[in-house]
Write a protein that binds this ligand. Structure first.
Ligand SMILES: NC(=O)c1ccc[n+]([C@@H]2O[C@H](COP(=O)([O-])OP(=O)(O)OC[C@H]3O[C@@H](n4cnc5c(N)ncnc54)[C@H](O)[C@@H]3O)[C@@H](O)[C@H]2O)c1
Length: 304
């Protein structure tokens, strides 16, 4: 029995890379797929019809799919995308917000256009596609739906030269937590993926370091490693798992820490003096260090 039999999934940016692998795997699990992709260059410029190629691949393998080439950065585009699923397949159950671009620059050189373009595709893109889906869920009382959002270690840990991308990706983690709260009443979940994969987004970084990407590198670290956790989260088995961040890369599958207060001091009355903080802040830093050390120790991979 296929886990996603007759579930309808919209996957943004599914013309290549991670999105394409998710589309192919979900289709093989019985889902009906809307392959969204405007076929942009890595910096968001240009457009080609690559979504049709993935639709053809899915159909050749016996699956069901239609394409959509709207930009996720556009409110009307997001609405048309969700409507495409409803028109083609009579409903919608799964949204994977995966589309993305890069415009890496340090803050010294980051132009307004670099900032706006990256925030538009990533952070606003999540809003543009999720809002019509959420409204559809509420209007139809469509329970058991799944939203899977795409963050990055760039936003969760920080990465030099990616202030625009990191701001968007950290924002997406926050957005996802709020979707988990707002859609819980409909039995719907919202989770976040932090992926690491060799795609056209990341291969140039390796090549710039003088490395050559071999087929064995693609097998060990290609985008196919991200698809299984997305397909699992899309299925019934993930009911009740919401607001989480899963990290997947190179055969690894992990759960991330969420922001939590680690240690606190509290006055019964009055306000801490600045001088009192001279002794308290170092104790907070010690508690944080111990917390990170414990997390790093438990994060050592269990290899099978
Ligand atoms: N590859 C990694 O290691 C990595 C790491 C962290 C996060 N991510 C995230 O994972 C997601 C997928 O990345 P990837 O590596 O597969 O990249 P990719 O460049 O291979 O694929 C992204 C796809 O999104 C499409 N796209 C871009 N703008 C769009 C728009 N406005 N509307 C619709 N489609 C659009 C592109 O045409 C492209 O096909 C992205 O959100 C990315 O930020 C990837």
């Amino acid at each position: 029995m296929s886990r996603l039999q007759d579930r309808v999934a919209v996957i943004t940016g599914a013309g290549r890379g991670i999105g394409r692998e998710i589309a192919l795997l979900m289709a093989s699990q019985g889902a009906k797929i809307v392959v969204n992709d405007l076929g942009a260059n890595t910096d968001g410029t240009g457009s080609t019809m690559i979504a049709d190629d993935v639709v053809a691949e899915i159909k050749a393998a016996g699956g069901e799919a239609v394409s959509n080439t709207d930009s996720v950065a556009d409110v009307a585009g997001g609405e048309r995308l969700i409507q495409t699923a409803i028109d083609a397949f009579g409903g919608m159950d799964i949204l994977v917000n995966n589309a993305g671009i890069l415009r890496d620059r340090t803050i010294f050189k980051m132009e307004e256009s670099d900032w706006d373009a990256v925030l538009a595709v990533h952070l606003k893109g999540h809003y543009c596609c999720t809002r019509p889906f959420a409204n559809y869920i509420r209007a139809e009382n469509r329970t058991g739906c799944r939203i899977i959002n795409f963050s990055s270690v760039s936003g969760l840990f920080g990465n030099f030269g990616q202030a625009n991308y990191a701001a968007a990706k950290a924002g997406i983690a926050g957005f996802s937590r709020v979707m988990a709260l707002e859609l819980a009443k409909y039995g719907c979940t919202s989770n976040t993926i932090s992926p690491g994969a060799l795609t056209r987004m990341t291969i140039p970084l390796r090549e710039n370091r003088g490395e050559t990407i071999e087929e064995s590198d693609m097998e060990a670290g290609g985008p196919q490693h991200i698809a299984p956790i997305c397909a699992w989260l899309a299925g019934e088995e993930s009911a009740g798992i919401t607001s989480e961040i899963f990290h997947a890369a190179r055969g690894g599958i992990a759960i991330m820490q969420q922001p939590r207060i680690i240690k606190q001091f509290k006055r019964k009355e009055g306000v801490w003096s600045v001088e009192e903080l001279d002794t308290l802040v170092p104790q907070l830093m010690e508690a944080k260090k111990a917390n990170f050390e414990a997390a790093d120790a438990s994060a050592k991979p269990v290899v099978s």
